[in-house]
Design a protein around this ligand. Structure first.
Ligand code: SF4
Ligand code: FES
Length: 259
């Protein structure tokens, strides 16, 4: 396969055709900040934080590195003065939306962001879309980005609590600014976004310890969507801790029987 010659921050390296700039940078130990990227999902280029300077032939331009596929020899600069200025402004805009985000505070410190430059929106969401994309891939296709321009926001269909949520918590895990909450309350799991209930899912009940655990979901559909064919049937009458204990006891019984 043909390899491309890439000059990355002055050092020569190679890339496979169609590799993204972010992938090549990561392989070469060059860090590019990202907010809306996950290796598990298709890139959507929502946050623009990963912007780099690319020269292909005689043309130079700024591109988002997470979704730009390299198709010819090129030079890439990831940390010039102009790039740092651009990232600083993006961070200032995002900080106005999410002033409490630890990740943004860290980036603001690194790029010397002016935190009073833009009027605070206190939205608690950077509209990266990761939650909606992961929900589309593994969850119940519950979350979506709705609205346009500055009014774009993550929400459930018609802004109502969704009956399709499977309570997997992938949205909670992936959100870079911890905008989504998950809480198990008695026999239900509650997902909250922007202080509003997005879904409420029943939990399984353990017949041994009497605790509620894990949402009642049809795993078959989730695994099928992820391309998995064979799924061992879970024992839904036992929580993971009791299931482990039971398995340990079975192994111990067998061990003492044998010897
Ligand atoms: S809630 Fe979190 S993951 Fe979802 S769009 Fe907002 S910042 Fe991104
Ligand atoms: S990480 Fe590339 S645009 Fe957000």
């Amino acid at each position: 396969m043909k390899t491309l010659k890439i000059i990355l921050n002055g050092k020569e390296t190679t890339a496979k055709p169609d590799q993204t700039i972010l992938e090549v940078a990561t392989e070469n130990g060059v860090f590019i900040p990202t907010l809306c990227h996950s290796n598990a999902l298709e890139p959507a280029a929502m946050c623009r934080l990963c912007m780099v300077e690319l020269t292909e032939g005689k043309r130079s331009k700024f591109v988002t590195s997470c979704n730009y596929p390299l198709r010819q020899d090129a030079e890439v600069k990831t940390d010039t003065e102009a790039i740092r200025r651009g990232r600083k402004m993006i961070i200032e805009l995002l900080m106005a939306r999410c002033p409490d985000s630890d990740e943004l505070k860290r980036l603001a410190g690194e790029y010397g962001a002016n935190l009073s430059r833009f009027e605070p929106l206190n939205d608690d969401c950077v509209v990266c879309g990761l939650c909606a994309r992961v929900c589309e891939k593994v969850g119940g296709k519950t979350l979506t980005l709705s609205g346009r321009g500055v009014h774009i926001k993550v929400d459930t269909a018609f802004g109502e609590a969704s009956p399709y949520c499977i309570g997997c918590g992938a949205c909670v895990q992936i959100c870079p600014v911890n905008a989504i909450e998950i809480e198990d309350i008695e026999d239900e799991r509650v997902i909250t976004i922007h202080g509003k209930e997005a879904a409420r899912i029943k939990l399984n009940h353990c017949e041994t310890c009497n605790q509620y655990y894990g949402p009642v979901i049809d795993l078959t559909k989730v695994m099928e969507r992820l391309g998995e064919k064979t799924i061992p049937p879970p024992n839904l009458n036992l929580c993971p801790a009791c299931a482990r204990q039971k398995l340990g006891k079975r192994i111990a019984d067998r061990y003492y029987d044998v010897y």
